[in-house]
Design a binder for this molecule. Structure first.
Ligand code: KIV
Length: 292
């Protein structure tokens, strides 16, 4: 790291809900990425990304599951703890998994609290609109910041009939606007919009006082988020249209693993520089002792 870069990092202060609101007011884009483990959290923090989400997308991109529904509170807390050890400056958000906040408001508050008390998160995110307003209000009343999530809400994939864009009709768009305003009124510090038309995301961003974050929602939101495994080319089961790949690490990993396999097969690895040796006198002593 260059000297000026390390000075800049030293001067960084922790990103909070106030930082995000100030960015919206200044018209400065908010950056957000997912992380599920310690090394990725370190890398995201070093890249000076504002917000780090331990997304339930880990079900698909890390655990190899079909969708996000099977992931549990224990899974999420395990990954959040690793991320919290790596990220010092970014705001750390834990994604509340399916069935951790839908059954009752009381369970929602208790589970939200676990993200902060047991796993080092600064805030939580949950999916849904008006039907989640009571849970949002109660969590916020407990002192826990909540990010809302509207549009394509993957935990409702079966109800939505697949991973498909939302809010494309005037009626659906109006309902999204109402839901967003309800979430804001319930106390959400920010609302994330997934896979909705760009023009609609721009309108929602104008109408909301709190910052909006988009994924597949065009450039009109106050901030952008991507799943880091998509951006790095680490997840190739499918690539949504809204993903921009900034690297192809799967190719790079395949190249490195193949080179290792070939080196071992050719006895080219390990070489002298990868090995430790005994002192010559100790070696000779051993040979005498074992009669070589
Ligand atoms: O779980 C996740 O990764 C998400 C995305 C919308 C960023 O919620």
């Amino acid at each position: 790291m260059s000297k000026s870069k390390s000075n800049a990092t030293a001067q960084r202060s922790k990103v909070t809900t106030r930082t995000l609101m100030a960015k919206k007011q200044r018209g400065e884009p908010i950056t957000m990425l997912t992380a599920y483990d310690y090394p990725t959290a370190l890398a995201v923090d070093r890249a000076e990304i504002d917000v780090l989400l331990v997304g339930d997308s880990l079900a698909m991109v890390v655990l190899g599951l079909e969708n996000t529904l099977p992931v549990t509170m224990d899974d999420m807390l395990h990954h959040c703890r690793a991320v919290a050890r790596g990220a010092k400056y970014a705001m750390r958000i834990g994604d509340m998994p399916f069935m951790s906040y839908q059954v009752s408001v009381e369970e929602a508050v208790r589970n939200a609290g676990r993200f902060l008390q047991e796993a080092g998160m600064d805030a939580v995110k949950l999916e849904g609109g008006r039907e989640r307003a009571d849970a949002v209000r109660a969590i916020v009343d407990t002192g826990i910041p909540v990010m809302g999530h509207l549009g394509l809400t993957p935990q409702s994939v079966h109800q939505l009939g697949g991973f498909r864009a939302q809010g494309r009709s005037a009626a659906a768009a109006r309902r999204l606007l109402e839901d967003a305003l309800i979430l804001q009124e319930a106390g959400c510090f920010s609302v994330l919009f997934e896979c909705i038309p760009s023009r609609l995301a721009g309108l929602l961003t104008q109408r909301l006082e709190v910052p909006t974050i988009g994924i597949g929602a065009g450039p009109g939101c106050d901030g952008q988020v991507l799943v880091t495994h998509d951006l790095l080319g680490l997840f190739d089961r499918f690539t949504p249209k809204f993903v921009k790949k900034y690297a192809d690490l799967n190719d790079e990993i395949a190249r490195a693993l193949g080179a290792y396999r070939d080196d071992v097969a050719a006895r080219a690895f390990p070489a002298a520089e990868h090995s430790v040796e005994m002192d010559e006198a100790e070696w000779q002593a051993l040979l005498q002792e074992v009669g070589e």
